[in-house]
Write a protein that binds this ligand. Structure first.
Ligand code: ATP
Length: 369
């Protein structure tokens, strides 16, 4: 992957439920910013997901994987539907398969409290929330997904063991990623950077090892403040004073849980973009799932998907050195910020009246379509 030529190939996997709906919004925004910044983006729609599995018996066709392999970046909606399961009882979640297939080890979840959003916490400092949760995507407790052991007695399952894997390689590279991200943010924002590692080192030897590796990596970044905290204390602190954090780095399962918590701090899942980033490939998707409870009604908040598309452009800009891509990302970010601050954007998810289409129109209006 990585095309430094004028045209960039984006593999687009809308998926199921609201994935498809919010992807249509992001595509409209991408078309406009591409035109305004003189970028040529070729969006290739690819099949996959739980409905595709019901229709064909395959969740992620080989052709889709091959196209993702070739693409410059992957833009993903959401996949999975209630009750759609493989014969072994596990859910159809192709995004996990993509993560493992392309070794997308860094789950990057930025969270910002935009001015104009209904205030979730009463402290006025709430408006200062601007953090990024970096989740280790490949190991941790999710390693157990394919390494589970059931203990049977007389044919009946009596216990199940899932394995938590923490390796020097896996932990070292995610901590390194977090410090590099903190350094970039510090430079962009003109202030000191800080990385907080989340663990449970007081109980689990695997987590004590995680902490040692984190500390080893931190020694290579003397300009960035480093600290470790227990996950239970972080659950409290993220609700009491989330504005004090900059970059957080966590094991897979802790990151999974806390990323929903931090999305809740700024209004809900529809406000939380994400990128799953590896050394050769990257996939960008909203942190939410297919939201079957609201699918098909046009009421999903497309902000997370649209901000994920902006993250994709920014990542492509960093990789190719083409600053037009970073400009395009900034154009989207600024439009979203302005739409909430003074543009009247108020999604249904946050108690307002704007559905996916109305939200997209407001963003496009700010971009100056
Ligand atoms: P997954 O297991 O893949 O995370 P889920 O259905 O458990 O999927 P989500 O799809 O993330 O979880 O939805 C969680 C809640 O947040 C649901 O009540 C859903 O309606 C709401 N939600 C999620 N995304 C949005 C969105 N973009 N706009 C409005 N509400 C959303």
């Amino acid at each position: 992957m990585m095309n430094v030529a004028a045209e960039l190939n984006i593999a687009v996997l809308p998926g199921d439920g609201i994935g498809d709906e919010v992807m249509a919004c992001a595509e409209r925004v991408l078309a406009v910013v591409a035109r305004k910044t003189n970028l040529s983006l070729r969006l290739q729609h690819l099949p996959g997901g739980a409905q595709h599995y019901l229709d064909t018996g395959v969740a992620l066709p080989d052709e889709t994987l091959a196209a993702c392999e070739q693409a410059d970046a992957i833009l993903f909606g959401a996949m999975g539907l209630p009750g759609v399961r493989y014969p072994d009882g596990t859910e159809v979640i192709p995004q996990l398969d993509l993560r493992f297939h392309f070794d997308l080890y860094a789950g990057v979840r930025p969270i910002r409290a935009f001015a104009g959003l209904p205030q979730i916490l009463t402290d006025p400092k709430w408006r200062e929330i601007d953090l990024v949760l970096v989740r280790e995507n490949i190991e941790g407790l999710f390693y157990g997904r394919k390494h589970s052991e059931a203990h049977r007695v007389d044919g009946q399952i009596e216990s199940v063991r899932d394995t938590m894997k923490i390796s020097r390689h896996g932990t070292g590279r995610i901590c390194d990623f977090a410090f590099r991200l903190a350094a970039r943010r510090a430079q962009l924002k003109g202030r000191a950077g800080r990385v907080t590692s989340i663990d449970k080192a007081n109980v689990f030897p695997s987590m004590a090892f995680w902490r040692r590796v984190f500390e080893d990596v931190s020694a290579r970044f003397p300009g960035i403040a480093a600290e470790s905290a227990y996950v239970d204390a972080m659950a409290l602190n993220l609700v009491k004073k989330p504005w004090v954090y900059d970059v957080l780095v966590a094991e897979n399962m802790f990151g999974d849980i806390l990323s929903d918590l931090v999305a809740g701090l700024v209004g809900g899942m529809g406000m939380a973009p994400s990128g799953d980033i590896g050394d050769t490939h990257a996939l960008f998707q909203p942190a939410h799932g297919t939201a079957p409870d609201i699918a098909g009604r046009g009421i999903a908040n497309p902000t997370a998907m649209i901000l994920s598309a902006a993250m994709m452009l920014d990542w492509l800009g960093e990789r190719t050195g083409n600053a037009q891509l970073n400009d395009a990302a900034l154009l989207i970010d600024a439009a979203v910020e302005e739409a909430y601050a003074g543009g009247g954007a108020f999604p249904i998810e946050l108690g307002g009246s704007h559905g996916a289409d109305a939200m997209t129109m407001i963003f496009l209006d700010r971009i100056g379509a």
